[in-house]
Design a protein around this ligand. Structure first.
Ligand SMILES: [Zn+2]
Length: 348
């Protein structure tokens, strides 16, 4: 009897393994085919907060494909119906069923979906704190400080809290599974609160090493364990003094040294919006050995200038061009938005 029960259990485990292997093989084959036909990544970054947004996007996929879009970064964050940690759901978020339907529709049109969960920084927006730090204030880098989030840009979680990764990895896994992802974007932009005097673990620490720890922990899970590609924003890796830029698109808070402490197989989304004649971060990151995905927004003149500069680099590790939207265009109008249409036309 016991033997039979064990036999059934092993049969179940074997079936699960075969199913998982089959899913991965299918996704892997799709990605191989996608790579063969898409040497250049023509991307759009969008925020999707609920199923209505997912449906609106599904309706737009043929138009997006027609203007050349072959990759979509979908920033979801906590706006998902997480089953593993439902207490961290923002209400009314995207469901796994809608995510799967969108993925299937995108694949038939040759569009690769990459989900995003913003890590480390951006754990509050204005007066609203993320579900993570609301439910788990012990993860806050500045616990009990800045009531109402006054005098700060965004909260951060503590990269050294011993339990933070258990929670974050569960959320990432669930998003990756729902979108059948072969790549994952971890955000990591505009982290201002790091190595804070208010954190008992990080006080007096080196911001570059602490930032690199967060990146390396995520890389171990996403790339080494889950075999996905990893993408992140690049601003914390760029030294504002050396690049002669501001504290948003470059770092003034000591994190830039992390550029030498993280794996080179991460795709760095290097964002700049203003019109300039030179964007030194692109050749800098390419010379470091990273793949680079230059990322624009508005104004159109800035996006066009950055696109032209990036094309001139003539480097095979420059993977294409990414257009961010940041709420300036609705999902049902994005396929006609000039900063997307006119710029991506240069990358066909
Ligand atoms: Zn800390």
């Amino acid at each position: 009897m016991a033997k039979s029960r064990h036999g059934k259990r092993w049969a179940f485990v074997l079936a699960l393994f075969c199913w998982a292997a089959g899913v991965h093989t299918e996704a892997g084959e799709w990605l191989d085919a996608w790579r063969t036909t898409n040497r250049v990544w023509r991307g759009v970054h969008l925020m999707v907060n609920n199923d209505e947004a997912v449906t609106a996007l599904e309706d737009q996929l043929p138009k997006l494909a027609a203007v050349g879009v072959n990759t979509l970064i979908l920033e979801v964050n906590y706006n998902f119906d997480f089953e593993s940690l439902p207490e961290l759901n923002a209400p009314g978020g995207v469901t796994a069923a809608h995510a799967g339907k969108l993925t299937a529709a995108a694949r038939t049109l040759g569009i690769r979906l990459i989900p995003q969960f913003n890590c480390l920084g951006h754990q509050s927006w204005s007066k609203t704190t993320s579900p993570l730090l609301t439910k788990h204030p012990e993860f806050d880098e500045t616990p009990g400080q800045f009531p109402g989030n006054t005098n700060i840009y965004c909260r951060s979680w503590c990269p050294q809290h011993p339990d933070i990764n258990l929670v974050v990895f569960a959320l990432i896994d669930e998003l990756a599974e729902a979108f059948e992802a072969d790549a994952f974007h971890v955000g990591l932009d505009e982290v201002f609160l790091i190595a804070s005097d208010h954190c008992p673990r990080c006080k007096g620490g080196d911001p570059a090493k602490l930032f690199a720890k967060a990146v390396n922990d995520l890389h171990r899970h996403i790339v080494e364990r889950r075999k996905l590609e990893m993408l992140m924003w690049g601003d914390r890796l760029l030294d504002a003094k050396a690049m002669k830029g501001g504290e948003w698109e470059y770092a003034k808070n000591g994190t830039a040294g992390a550029v030498n402490l993280i794996p080179k197989d991460i795709v760095i989304c290097d964002w700049h919006y203003e019109k300039q004649t030179n964007y030194p971060s692109v050749p800098f990151l390419l010379a470091k050995g990273f793949r680079v995905w230059p990322s624009s927004w508005q104004p159109l003149a800035g996006a066009k200038a950055f696109s032209a500069f990036s094309r001139d680099q003539m480097n095979s590790r420059l993977v294409g061009f990414l257009c961010t939207t940041w709420g300036k265009v609705s999902i049902d109008a994005v396929a006609e938005w000039p900063p997307v249409v006119e710029v991506l036309a240069d990358w066909k």
